[in-house]
Design a binder for this molecule. Sequence first.
Ligand code: NAD
Length: 489
Amino acid sequence: MVAKLTNFVNGQWRESGATEYLPVRNPATQEILAEVPLSTAADVDAAVQAAAAAFPAWRRTVPEERIQYLFKLKQLLEERSEDIARMTTMENGKTIVEARAELRRAIENVEVACGIPTLMQGFNLEDVAPGIDEMMIRQPLGVVAAITPFNFPAMVPLWFLPYAIACGNTFVLKPSEKVPMTMRLIVDLLAETGLPPGVVSLVNGSKAVVDALLDHPDVRAISFVGSTPVAKYIYARGSANGKRVQCQGGAKNHVVIMPDADLEMTARIVSDGAFGCAGQRCLAVSVAVTVDEAHGRFCEAVTDLAGSMKVGYGLENESQMGPVISVESKRRVEDLVGKGVHAGAKILVDGRNASIPKFEKGNFIRPTIIESPKDDELGSMEIFGPVLTVRRAGSLQDAIAILAKSSYGNAASIFTSNGAAARQFRYEAPVGNVGINIGVAAPMAYFPFSGWKDSFLGVLHGQGSDAVEFYTDKKIVIERWPKEWSRKF
Ligand code: NAD
């Protein structure tokens, strides 16, 4: 019997009122791991009401005490890291090494949020006028919610949860219905810390749950990570309802390869960036723009690497790349490659129609590389699979012009040994995260995750001090205490 997942409301796992359930499948085997409820607006209301009821006491819990739960959570995440990573591999498909690395980045956010007694401080000035002092203090918002994608089942929810609750808010999570089981384990650990009921809730489901959160009058802020069309929808509806909203969207990340780079090393880093997590990272390298004579040697090295990558089940130690998330996703990616080839792109490594021994039913695509002579659909849209497009440019300026055309602005990197070229790239690339001789420019938890253009809607990003700004309201207090008004004792 396959387990039916439940929602975590008011400190307890409770059955959802859903009439519909979806299977949660292991993308390497198609085994059904569980069934996830498509919860209802009433389920969301129960979670938000519990969060609203928990807020006054949680807000009054002093920051030093609030972070003790996070210290305990960090400890439990370390102790249970292997179980969590295995669960991530089973429901998402990434390799166990990638799942462990993801969890490390998740834990890093818990660690940073433990600094809230310092991070949440305001500022003040005595004598803004004679005898008058002014201060800025930060206060939590109330009930806040996050809606998260399938590709980082542990890390993305923890981009938000630790900061939100450390700041004194209560938090409702809607994880991706494709990967609901990793956060189920982590919420269990949160419960083990003794966190008061209602401070964190989890409601499983899809669009109906999202809409109920967007429309609920008691939800003050929404954090979203996922594809750009959904990001735009959530930003518009959430803002129209008067909420504070931050939406991290899709991406199309370029790397520029200069002829003076170490091309063998660059090919290794770009190959990891393009094919790691089967290309299902919002910071995945999608387009390599080779400048001038960098082209030949880079292509040779990267095609060799792609062709020799060991694709397989993520729980098998030798696997370097796992499957994509679903049958539909595999079909979509392979169709896009087909269309590109039909439109004139040259295929350098063809990973379509992969069959992995023992895992013939899995959603595997082997690393694929195409060379595209021009701007086409493949070069502009987010593919979200293990596909690298190579484009040529005559100069750094031309290469920057190619990436500037993208509607996305999540990340871009340059590979070079020339400081002036690196500086020009850093200065001019219209993206929020820049890598210099780095393939995946993923900001550490104490820096904001800074997407631009269609990769981000909002003002304050996730992680670090932006997260503290997002999850607090500023209050200005101006005070005067004339001696003559004080009662004498
Ligand atoms: P998705 O947009 O399909 O889903 C994300 C979340 O939105 C899920 O919880 C899903 O249930 C919900 N959702 C889906 N359709 C909806 C709709 N019509 N109305 C309301 N809610 C809806 O994204 P995904 O496929 O889970 O994740 C992959 C995407 O996420 C990629 O585009 C990737 O680039 C992006 N991503 C971005 C970042 C970033 O930092 N910018 C990080 C990770 C992933």
